[in-house]
Write a protein of this length. Structure first.
Lengths: 626, 176
């Protein structure tokens, strides 16, 4: 029942999409002054249909309707309700349906929010957005239909990967998708404004909201993914430069650049072409992310689950969109009116341009690291793996100039600023940060020459961003985000510098001494829980005069047979104590990994600050002043 | 003029990237054909689908010519798709051994009686462990296994195609 409902509503949505494409194309060429009422009506019908389709899939998951192939492959009657629901988007078909849902809802919100905009511009935005929507609809219906029927109906499902049964991961994809899909509106709107020739401060103010919305969701989405990797994968890190992580980071760099450029467009009415290029690139990167993850081109071991036609379809669709946008860009470039303005080296515009250069550099490093292995394999068949050393070596040295620019860029004035006489505040802050860094660096042995300027500058930037709360005239949301960013960099650096770990095989009763701490394995309890068998270990960590207990767990799931390690982490404001264990062969020994990670929680908190700044900027009305 | 050059340059770059990624799609598909295991453990015991009798799997293989092993299930839609090709293989007098993966006996028997039985023998794999012994990662999968050396000669992940069919036929005729 829900299979038919979900399937047919998708077809209706496709018909609506085709109608809207033709109608908006025709109307955009006629000189109609007002937007036809039908547009809102048909768009809402389409949104409702896709919503119905999505919720019929959710319903099929909730009632464990195994006549549906997607449910059968990804669910199980024993699974808790929460994970049955989140299982809806935990797989290829369902996640595409979620993409589609967000696409149509965003277009609907866009229409409601842009009443004051020019009609032709709105029509063209609908046109481009509907091209994207119809592309995804056809993709879903042709290659990844979530409503395929199975007969005979199996009595039990194949279960969801237990690694994916985690609250952070359950909400991570939807949040990330909100960010990805938000960029589609930016893409459609910038192409539309290119053709209708309304790029300028007014358009910038209108599109800035969407840039912020996408950026906030993308930031939080990446954060959740990182938290999941830290707590669930049990590797003890928060970022692994895994290709799948990288594809979410690339649009983030681009979007961050766009976020700054759009402010220049709004204030100074310049950087018009650059804004459009960034908008197009951001969306292309979001789409490429989908292509790289979904086609199996990256995770070759998963290709068996993928239909080869899927990769081909997304690749072709992606390139048609890019080609379309390049054509539109080149043939409408003359419509952009650029009044020649004098640019001064010492101005906010230049500072933002420098920010953009850095973002583009970071982006290209990550892009090369992610794509190059694929290229190389095609070109000469050799397989290389690009790991953290590549990214660290290329990115970290460039943080030094980046931090310097970030410490004074935001406080520069628009148009032209003067070099002031030596500012005593700045000098004092710099000396204080030198002092703090000296104290910090004497406590560690593994300090490299490179880490000295990094630590000094990150602490300097942290102090400057704190000072800015009291003296700078810029907006509060910018202050919060910049403070969050400097806190993030400082936490990451100190975390990297002071983290240490030991790895050892232990049996019950064993003790290991590590950095003046005693780690003892007291016991291991075996119990049967819902859908898995649990081995819970009890460790005691004694540190001089205090001691605390840690209870890591190993879970053995039956459907499908998977063994996962749940780390136990004791988190304080200063440090995380991370302990994870694994089963070895049946000789009573367990492999134990203990890690001491300082300031871990500040990495999450600072990212929340970054996102919160953006959120504040969306909801505050008088933000436009700055 | 310079605008046109920029445009053409961009277009050309785009086309090259497109071609490389397109090729990349095929390259990574070849990956999954890498064998996870080279040899089959012939001491394995399994239950027959039709007679419930437990046999040693080495008895199923023809010592003098390679055999085809196919892992399938009645609930698996691609298995239904490839079924016609298996019937063709059977008509060519090729020995096909079926492994029925995580299935109910009733459904499996219904599947074979309604569509035809291409297998010389079907063994059941209720918990999926037998398929793991073959290095399989899903259904359907098809193997060519040498009866003499119990080596996996070739492995196909996913439903068989007409091309695969010809390849299997050619290979077996050459190695009898």
């Amino acid at each position: 029942m829900s299979n038919y409902l979900g399937n047919y509503s998708l077809y209706i949505a496709l018909i609506a999409s085709v109608y809207l494409i033709f109608k908006s194309y025709l109307d955009a060429n006629s000189e109609n002054k007002y937007l036809d009422k039908n547009f809102i009506l048909i768009t809402s019908i389409q949104t409702v249909m896709i919503t119905v389709s999505f919720f019929s899939l959710v319903a099929a998951f909730v009632i464990s309707d195994f006549s549906n192939e997607t449910v059968f492959n990804n669910s199980h009657t024993l699974k808790p309700l929460f994970y049955k629901v989140s299982g809806t988007w935990g797989n290829h078909e369902g996640s595409l349906l979620l993409w589609l849902l967000v696409l149509s809802i965003f277009l609907f919100i866009f229409l409601l929010n842009s009443r004051s905009q020019d009609t032709k511009y709105k029509l063209l935005t609908i046109l481009f957005q509907q091209i994207i929507i119809s592309g995804f609809l056809v993709f879903i219906l042709l290659t990844s239909n979530p409503f395929k029927m199975l007969y005979p109906i199996p009595s039990e499902g194949l279960g969801l990967n237990p690694i994916l049964q985690d609250p952070a991961l359950a909400i991570h994809p939807p949040i990330l998708y909100l960010g990805y899909v938000g960029t589609s509106i930016i893409f459609s709107a910038s192409l539309a404004s290119m053709i209708s020739g309304n790029i300028g401060d007014k358009w910038a103010r209108h599109i800035k909201k969407w840039v912020l919305v996408s950026w906030v969701f993308l930031t939080i989405g990446i954060l959740l993914g990182s938290i999941w990797a830290y707590y669930e994968l049990g590797w003890g890190g928060f970022w692994f430069w895994d290709p799948v992580e990288n594809v979410s980071l690339m649009p983030w760099f681009c979007l961050t650049a766009l976020l700054h450029t759009v402010i220049v467009l709004q204030k100074r009415n310049s950087f018009k072409e650059w804004t459009i290029i960034l908008s197009i690139t951001t969306f292309s990167l979001s789409m490429s992310g989908t292509f790289l993850v979904r086609s199996g081109i990256l995770n070759s071991i998963h290709t068996f689950a993928n239909d080869p036609s899927r990769g081909l379809y997304i690749l072709s669709f992606l390139f048609i969109l890019i080609l379309m946008s390049i054509l539109i860009f080149f043939f409408n470039q003359n419509k952009i009116s650029n009044i020649a303005k004098e640019n001064f080296i010492l101005s906010k515009e230049t500072a933002i341009l420098v920010n953009n250069w850095f973002m583009m550099f970071f982006l290209s490093v990550v892009l090369v690291g992610t794509i190059y292995p694929i290229f190389l394999e095609v070109l000469n068949g050799s397989k290389i793996s690009v790991g953290p050393p590549f990214y660290n070596n290329l990115l970290i040295p460039f943080l030094i100039p980046f931090l310097i620019f970030m410490s004074f860029g935001p406080s520069l004035k628009w148009i032209k600023d003067k070099l002031k006489k030596l500012n005593y505040n700045i000098l004092i802050i710099f000396l204080v940060s030198l002092l703090i860094s000296y104290v910090i660096l004497t406590k560690t042995e593994n300090s490299f020459l490179l880490s000295i300027p990094l630590i000094v500058l990150s602490i300097y930037l942290l102090l400057v961003t704190i000072k800015d709360f009291f003296v700078s005239k810029s907006s509060i949301s910018q202050k919060i985000s910049h403070f969050g960013f400097s806190l993030l960099i400082t936490s990451i650096l100190l975390n990297g510098l002071f983290s240490n770990e030991f790895n050892s095989n232990m049996k019950v009763g064993d003790e290991r001494i590590f950095n003046e701490k005693v780690v003892k394995l007291k016991e291991v309890n075996v119990t049967d829980v819902d859908n898995y068998k649990s081995l819970k270990a009890s460790f005691e960590v004694t540190n001089k005069n205090s001691s605390f207990a840690l209870y890591p767990e190993v879970r053995i799931y039956q459907q499908p047979l998977t063994i996962t390690s749940e780390a136990d982490i004791k988190t304080t404001l200063f440090s995380d104590n991370f302990l994870v264990f694994n089963i070895l062969k049946d000789d009573g020994y367990y492999n134990v990994r203990y890690q001491y990670k300082p300031l871990m929680i500040w990495i999450w908190i600072s990212t929340i600050f970054i996102g919160f700044g953006g959120l504040l900027s969306i909801i505050r009305k008088n933000e436009q002043k700055y | 003029m310079s605008k046109n050059i920029k445009f053409l340059g961009l277009l050309l770059t785009l086309i090259i990237i497109f071609i490389i990624l397109l090729k990349g799609l095929n390259v990574s598909k070849d990956y999954s054909n890498e064998k996870l295991k080279n040899k089959i453990d012939f001491s394995l015991n399994a239950k027959k689908l039709f007679s419930d009798e437990i046999i040693n799997i080495s008895d199923l293989f023809d010592k003098n010519s390679p055999s085809v092993v196919n892992i399938w299930a009645s609930w698996c839609a691609p298995c239904r798709e490839e079924h016609q090709f298996l019937m063709k293989l059977k008509d060519m007098n090729i020995n096909i051994i079926g492994i029925n993966y995580k299935d109910s006996q009733k459904n499996a028997k219904n599947f074979l009686s309604s569509l035809g039985n291409p297998y010389s023998e079907v063994i059941t794999d209720n918990d999926g462990t037998k398929s793991i012994e073959f290095g399989a990662i899903g259904v359907p999968e098809t193997f060519i296994i040498s009866g003499k050396t119990n080596e996996i000669i070739k492995k196909y992940i996913g439903p068989l195609t007409n091309e695969n069919l010809l390849e299997i036929k050619k290979f077996i005729k050459e190695n009898v």
